[in-house]
Design a protein around this ligand. Sequence first.
Ligand code: LMR
Length: 397
Amino acid sequence: MFSRLPKLPADPLLGLIGLYRDDTNPNKVDLGVGVYRDEQGHTAIMTSVQKAQQIHLETEDSKTYIGPVGVPGFVNGIKSLVLGAQAQAVTDGRIAAIQTPGGCGALRVAAEFIHRLDKDMTVWVSDPTWANHVPLIRSAGLEIKSYPYFDAATGDVDYEKMDQQLAQLGPKDVVLLHGCCHNPTGADLSFEHWQRITERANQQGFLPFVDIAYQGLGDGLDDDVKGVRWLSENVKEMIIATSCSKNFGLYRERTGCLMVQAENKQQAEAMQTQVQDLARANYSMSPAYGGFLVDTILHNDALRAEWQQELANMATRVKALRAGLLEQINAQGIDKDFSFITRQKGMFSYLGINPEQVKRMREEFSIYMADSSRVNIAGLNTHCLEYVASSLKKVCG
Ligand code: LMR
């Protein structure tokens, strides 16, 4: 019976891990999967996380089920982290929320929640968007379409084109937005754009759905969510999926959170039962461990301060790598404007080279990036900047 199903190609992003690992070139550079690395190319465990692990080891006294919400302190901590501790929607009890197995778990439960609201809803994603958004949403049975977003000529957001599309949408549409540090392009919406999206959502009646996986890796923990907070304060209903993979470095713990903002407390209580029911039918309840760690960090003043400093250092390092890469590219005299690299935010940038050039970067120079030419800036280090820039010069001609 199993012969009916073919062997599938490797996942476009995760497949790069194996290709890089098997490459024997000592100069190889991994700019593929979105994982933060230090100057030595290592994804170290954050010291605040290590301390939280120790506390957890010493205090955990049971392995019984955690319950459908997940770790309550985690869920409450994430609501405050994203929306602000004093956010009206939080203090009014308008946020239904559950811990999820990573940001993907949150996105998948959200997609099923939307399908349950109305199976004929269309989810609109940015062009381009994170590759895994498409299968996550489609496999919940929803139609997916894309709205104009990235202007390849400038490396920025083409908001006027995006707005023209949003103006056509209505109550059967959901608009998926990247909260900050757009994946894959690094081109972020400005605060003014978020204000205009909010106006459009209220005029047209579409449902905003925010995916935020990089809070703190752009301009800072609060600045990165200024637009998301504005949206939340000014619309009645929205969905938010968050991940702790990058900003807490908890990649393999699969630690995320799904929040559903409802019009009032009573509706939020009803939505709480809905998301819990969807989770139960999928995986019952989230693994707890990552939630315990984040809860410990967010609710311990010293650990929280340490984590914030570590995260700020990571963001500063990424910005310095952006500046360093641009400097090296300019020194090579490549006939293309790459100044967008320092305007873009977070871990990713689109180099804007074609698939043939991406292949040459990989095959001739062992520099790995997504086929779209997305590079993980955090995979660079000061020693490889010149090598990457000179290789780019060779493939760009
Ligand atoms: C990425 O975009 O590279 C990361 O979010 C990892 C993944 O799961 O795709």
